[in-house]
Design a protein around this ligand. Structure first.
Ligand code: NAD
Length: 313
């Protein structure tokens, strides 16, 4: 196993918080439903003020190819969020057989449409379409999902433009509750292009010390045990054992899994993790709504409208 030496000073505060004898009370909840509602209110107010001042209402083109049931649900929810935020949604539902050339032609048209400030293409796309080509065809200034290579590159270079919604939404959630990220050891489990990687960059941008774990990580338990802030984004129930969570840690669960009973759960056993953590995000009602609200925030910002980030009153 890779030997890692941790800075003694940075972990002294963690050890204090983790002192078993303190036996922390069950975790406080990182309430994504409440915070996302506050973000949507902020977006709504900013857009209303912009429109009152004679500005144009922002438009978001939501493109769905095919009829994947999960994607259809996400897209319907995003269109509802647009209504709540005061954003004009443009619906582009294309058949599964749509060719890559046809989709790229639509994106080109939307890129040139000055009533549209954001273009969102719901992923995954049918297998005959190259997702990378499509993502990178969206105008950088309309890339409200933040997945374009240019926008991810800017985040890596500390010049953020439009930032990926899930990772930005997690930072908004932590900021809302005044949870410090700067200088702390954040462990991200999962390294996908849409969550884990941009999240590592986002946390680094926020001044955290970041460890990213993935399917090839040896001894995942070791890293989890040393996490002050633990963020799990794998999509496998139980991938992180709640026993590994350090007392007093902050736990953010991005994973979404459906049990045989139909119940939606995250990647970690919530009850057991909540008994050890200081803060924890539930599934559902944690990161999911934050991702959606951040999409609205990004769309307003793509239209040049500043949105005030809510903090706990
Ligand atoms: P993905 O399958 O693209 O990536 C999973 C990552 O987990 C990979 O980097 C892989 O290396 C890692 N991994 C797999 N097995 C592992 C193991 N045993 N130990 C450590 N790492 C391991 O998934 P994704 O698109 O990043 O999504 C992850 C989860 O987050 C899914 O459940 C997805 O539904 C959910 N998700 C939620 C939101 C939200 O807004 N709540 C947004 C996006 C994704």
């Amino acid at each position: 196993m890779l030997a890692i030496r941790y800075n003694a000073r940075s972990f002294s505060s963690l050890k204090t918080t983790m002192n078993k004898s303190m036996n922390p009370a069950p975790a406080q909840i990182l309430d994504g439903l409440a915070v996302s509602a506050a973000v949507l209110t902020s977006v709504h107010e900013a857009i209303a003020a912009h429109v009152r001042a004679g500005g144009q209402r922002p438009g978001l083109a939501v493109v769905l190819v095919g009829e994947d049931p999960a994607s259809s649900i996400y897209v319907r929810a995003k269109r509802k969020d647009c209504e709540r935020a005061g954003i004009q949604a443009g619906d582009f539902d294309l058949p599964f057989e749509t060719s890559q050339a046809e989709l790229l032609a639509l994106i080109d048209q939307l890129n040139r449409d000055d009533k549209i400030q954001g273009v969102l293409v719901q992923l995954p796309l049918p297998p005959h379409i190259d997702e990378v080509a499509v993502t990178n065809a969206i105008s950088v200034s309309k890339d409200v999902d933040g997945f374009h290579a240019f926008n991810v590159g800017r985040l890596a270079l500390r010049q953020p433009g439009l930032r990926p919604c899930t990772s930005r939404g997690i930072v908004t959630l932590l900021n809302y509750y005044g949870i410090r990220i700067k200088g702390r050891h954040c462990v991200v489990v999962g390294a996908s292009n849409i969550v884990g990687r941009p999240l590592g960059l986002e946390l680094l941008y926020q001044g955290a010390t970041v460890t990213t774990c993935h399917r090839f990580t040896e001894d995942l338990a070791f890293y989890v045990r040393h996490a002050e802030v633990l963020i799990i984004a794998v999509g496998k129930r139980g991938v992180v054992d709640a026993d590994w969570v350090a007392d007093g840690a902050v736990v953010v669960d991005v994973g979404i899994n459906r049990l045989e009973s139909g119940k939606l759960v995250g990647d970690i056993d919530f009850e057991r993790a909540a008994a050890k953590a200081a803060w924890i995000s539930p599934v559902p009602g944690g990161v999911g709504p934050m991702t959606r609200a951040t999409l609205m925030q990004n769309t307003a910002e793509a239209a040049g409208i500043d949105v005030a980030e809510p903090i706990m009153p």
